[in-house]
Design a protein around this ligand. Structure first.
Ligand SMILES: [Zn+2]
Length: 312
């Protein structure tokens, strides 16, 4: 399993301890989505949430050494590698290696589902590292996971991590909408843990969820990011992103085709983007420019996913 030194640390914390790192990466699990522009140098409160990541990085009152010792062994997880078609693969690799290094130890495993850009400019980037995780806790294995907005700068020819912002979806609502229930139950919509928690929290607009249901009737889809784990502002601008407002979702896979792969048929991506516009998105971005803004846009950030934004 990949290991890295922690000496480089996170901005403002030249040396981040192993324990702090784990708490940061694994146990940051509560609160609302806002305020993610702070540099996450200290572990947020680790209040347990049933639908979220395990909190085993903090001392557990119920865990005992003997109980932990009897927990099943955690499976090994292959490190994520950028495949063909990636822009700036070194930036993604740097972000992912940092999350893997912070999240893996004897009692925790982090598996990278996808790494997509939240922003890609000439010398700065945001890589959204979409994870699921397993933790051994009190004699059992607990599943969870977060999405991390990892910020990087290109300095001296190397991409270096400067900040990490974990997703904070909040607690599940006791009264989810019908659309939210259908999305959560759909076998045709693959939601990573943070996106699932976003939908369960009741903070994603039904227009977004209904569009997901509509396009997924035609193709099974892999959703990467919904509300949390995304930059608050469109990267490199002062324009608020639709994601933290619960008015957007990103897709990284259509049917079995990762959008970033050169082998993915362009016609499939085009049809998917048009279907999103037809399902009510006012702002569809992807690797192919289909028309004028605001209905359509394309840039380097959206080379690896399709964005769909909604007015409400
Ligand atoms: Zn997006």
């Amino acid at each position: 399993m990949a290991r890295a030194t922690y000496a480089a640390g996170v901005r403002g914390s030249p040396t981040i301890s192993r324990r702090t790192a784990l708490m940061l990466a694994i146990a940051a699990a509560s609160g609302a989505c806002s305020g993610q522009h702070q540099v996450a140098t200290r572990p947020p409160p680790a209040s347990p949430e049933p639908s979220e990541a395990p909190t085993t990085a903090t001392p557990s009152t119920s865990a005992t050494p003997s109980a932990a010792a009897t927990a099943p062994a955690l499976p090994s997880v292959a490190p994520w590698r950028p495949g063909a078609g990636e822009l700036e693969p070194a930036a993604k690799e740097a972000a992912v290696r940092r999350i893997e290094a912070l999240g893996d130890d004897a009692n925790h495993r982090v598996e990278i589902i996808d790494a997509q850009y939240g922003g890609l400019l000439a010398s700065t980037a945001s890589v959204l590292v979409v994870c699921r995780s397993l933790a051994r806790r009190a004699g059992r294995v607990v599943a969870g996971g977060h999405t991390y907005d990892v910020r990087l700068v290109l300095r001296g020819g190397r991409w270096r991590v400067t900040e990490i912002h974990p997703s904070r979806p909040g607690r599940p609502t006791s009264d989810p909408s019908a659309a939210a229930r259908h999305v959560l139950a759909s076998p045709r919509i693959a939601l990573p843990p943070a996106a699932r928690a976003d939908v369960a929290s009741g903070t994603v607009h039904d227009t977004v969820l209904e569009a997901m249901l509509t396009v997924s009737r035609r193709w099974p889809i892999g959703v990467s990011v919904v509300r949390t784990g995304h930059p608050t502002y469109v990267f490199g601008t002062v324009r608020p992103s639709d994601h933290p407002l619960g008015r957007a979702f990103d897709t990284w896979r259509i049917a079995d085709h990762a959008i970033v792969r050169p082998s993915t048929p362009p016609g499939l991506i085009t049809a998917y983007m048009e279907a999103l516009a037809g399902a009510g998105s006012y702002n569809v971005g992807g690797p192919i420019l289909l028309g004028s803004a605001p209905q359509y846009f394309s840039d380097r950030t959206h080379h690896d996913h399709v964005h769909a934004g909604f007015t409400a």
